[in-house]
Write a protein that binds this ligand. Sequence first.
Ligand code: AHM
Ligand code: MG
Length: 334
Amino acid sequence: MNKIVTLDEFIIRTEKEKPHSSGSFSRLLRDIGIAAKIVNREVNKAGLVNILGVDGSTNSTGDDVQKLDVFANEKFIETLSYSGEVCGIASEENQDFIPIQTDKNKLAQYVVVMDPLDGSSNIDVNVSVGTIFGIYRRKSPAEGPCQLEDFLQKGTEMVAAGYVLYGTSTLLVYSSGNGVNGFTLDPSIGEFCLSHRNIQMPVAGNYYSVNQGYYLKFDLEMRRYIDHCSDLNYRLRYIGSMVSDIHRIMFQGGIFLYPNTRKYPKGKLRLLYECYPMAYLIEQAGGTAITCKLERVMEMDIHALHQTSSIAMGSRDMVRDMKEFVEKYGAVIQ
Ligand code: AHM
Ligand code: MG
């Protein structure tokens, strides 16, 4: 029987090999794992909401029933605040970043960016959702509170990124720059266990993932590329939860698209909380992540916490084909 490697063990083993490792980064990753377990417990109970009470009401034991995305946000913030390794958090759920100024935290070197529960439209119907996170080293002086500049860093500055998929089983997938590894939560022992070592995504695949309902709102070149996917009989899969859609592509190959539309001329997905961390993982797994204007996502400039972007990411060869369509048909309408 193979020895089980838990997330905690894996983190300690791999992170201590890095030069100047102080253990702080390892503790931070471990805390993200703890918060994910707490959120997972609640996500698993989500189907009981109708029995226990609806959002905003009081359940049978007299507690207020919270929206799950609000709950997830609070749990991640709470866990990371207690940890002492993070001096600030920027969350998709909060307008502004949150400085953490306890005695323990104010000297911390890291900030976390996150979408605590992505794909929230899926929650009420028991379809997979996820958490997305990224970690940066702070830029502002260590003595004072964290600043906006600590968060407005390009994807290339990220030191780690990951996601948690609350699906048929719960998986935590992360990278700190040396490949991507996946850990499946074993509910019998309450631990994330290494299940997918050094994930490399297929260079091509036959899945495409896009909200085809917006087809007529896409630019011509994107419509042409989507027609091409359909001509080649690629399989369309769109869960509407980025973590789940990307997870499929990570293992089976494919392309995920969220192009700019008339409603979202700059794209809908958030650069800091969704695009950078996913682009980081995709690149680490050997894939490509660009915008529909063909810029590398990781190098996009960022000016605001909630800045959005269009996105095309996935298997290397498929993104290359999409790029060719944009170059060919994009020119026609310029
Ligand atoms: P959210 O952060 O409000 O949940 O929105 C992000 C989600 C992604 O997970 C998903 O890919 C996309 O929005 C779905 O959007 P749409 O319903 O417009 O296709
Ligand atoms: Mg989101």
